[in-house]
Write a protein that binds this ligand. Structure first.
Ligand code: GLA
Length: 384
């Protein structure tokens, strides 16, 4: 995590004002992939990579956005915010402002600095961290007390309606609502959730394949369309099925022949993944770590073979982990097509595991990975 005192003094020097400081974390998903927009279940944890945000009021009606990661201050008129995304990092904070304005809130002038250490394009939700960080800072400045699930929804809308990425609710929700030392089983239908403690002797080892992942456009969108097409086929026979959350493998046996082969496979992943996610939460709550590991392995191969959202490197990272001492379970995490694997590892083996996996992966693929030992952390909060 970046040094908060340095961040504070950089904001002060740049904008000549004392900032209020907040942090919003990235996330790792233990299980439940591409189930959120099917109104199903996910089980993410917030992690100790985060975006810091500093905010101070301005009297000139301007909004100044600065990112320590990118440099340059960008100025906007608070009364005339851009209506469209500009394919720039400022789209994420501007998207949040645009949704808040659309909800009838008058946006004041302010200076905002961001500084993130969530690895970009690695499937750890750096963009959700920026959105949620902006939302807590700006609503804090405005004195608005928005319940966290509602705040998460606003940030998801910023990404859907302004940035133009058709993501579900998982990333923004966990960044806003994470709990230290816990994963969160989220029901994406009604946003109710249950906390599942991560045992003290289990480490979250996040292994970056270094293959870039992106959810704007491309494969994420086409997978989602295939999922929705499969759902429409089932709904044609069973109108009560609104999302794949409501469907069963029996539905696929009965109506699967009316789907394209790809759509059928995507739906099979989503339907079985929902069941696995609920079972994995039970296993975690009841300390049945071998069952949890088994479900994670099954989830990975369903994601790879049925959903076809893995890549050779991620499959290799998961396979290479299997024989290492201390492994409980491994799978590709996040939106897919690259990014990171999540490895649950016995804490006392974690450092050796990290080293061995890095060496094996580099030996097999020629790519030097970044492997981090992370902790489940709390959701977005103000730093005094
Ligand atoms: C991305 C999206 C999430 C979710 C995952 C896949 O992270 O932002 O909403 O769909 O992919 O599980």
């Amino acid at each position: 995590m970046h040094d908060i005192a340095i961040f504070r003094s950089l904001h002060k020097a740049r904008f000549d004002a004392e900032p209020a400081i907040y942090a919003a974390p990235g996330r790792v998903n233990l299980i439940g992939e591409h189930t959120d927009y099917a109104e199903g279940f996910v089980m993410p944890a917030a992690i100790d990579f985060a975006t810091l945000v500093g905010i101070s009021p301005r009297v000139d009606g301007k909004i100044a956005l600065f990112s320590e990661n990118y440099g340059h201050v960008h100025y906007f008129d608070a009364a005339q915010l851009p209506l469209k995304a500009g394919k720039h990092w400022t789209d994420y904070p501007l998207g949040v402002l645009s949704i808040l304005a659309g909800e009838g809130h008058a946006i004041p002038g302010f200076s905002l600095s961001l500084w993130g250490d969530v690895p970009l394009g690695s499937g750890l939700s750096s963009s959700a961290a920026v959105e949620v960080a902006t939302a807590v800072a700006v609503t804090g400045l405005m004195g608005l007390n928005i319940p966290r699930p509602v705040l998460a929804r606003l940030c998801q809308r910023a990404e859907n309606e302004f940035v133009g990425a058709n993501c579900g609710i998982m990333d923004q929700f966990i960044s806003a609502n994470g709990a230290k030392d816990h994963a969160l089983l989220l029901d994406c239908r009604d946003l109710s959730f249950k906390l599942a403690p991560i045992p003290q002797n289990v480490a979250l080892v996040i292994a970056n394949t270094m293959v870039r992942h992106a959810i704007t456009g491309g494969e994420y969108t086409s997978r989602r369309a295939e999922v929705e097409a499969a759902c429409a086929v089932i709904a044609g026979h069973r109108p009560e099925v609104k999302f794949l959350r409501d469907a069963t493998v029996e539905d696929l046996e009965q109506w699967g022949h009316e789907m394209t082969p790809d759509s059928l496979k995507r739906a099979r992943h989503v339907i079985t993944e929902n069941a696995r996610t609920v079972a994995a939460a039970e296993a975690l709550i009841h300390h049945d770590l071998s069952e949890l590991g088994r479900l994670m392995a099954e989830a990975h191969w369903s994601y790879s073979r049925d959903f076809e959202a893995s890549c050779d490197e991620a499959d290799a990272m998961v396979e290479l982990a299997q024989d290492l001492p201390g492994l409980i379970g491994a799978r590709l995490t996040g939106g897919g097509f690259g990014g990171c694997t999540i490895n649950l590892v016995e804490l006392e083996q974690a450092a050796t595991f990290q080293e061995s996996l890095a060496a094996l992966y580099a030996g097999q693929t020629g790519i030097v990975p970044q492997i981090h030992i992370c902790h489940a952390s709390g959701g977005a909060h103000r730093i005094e």
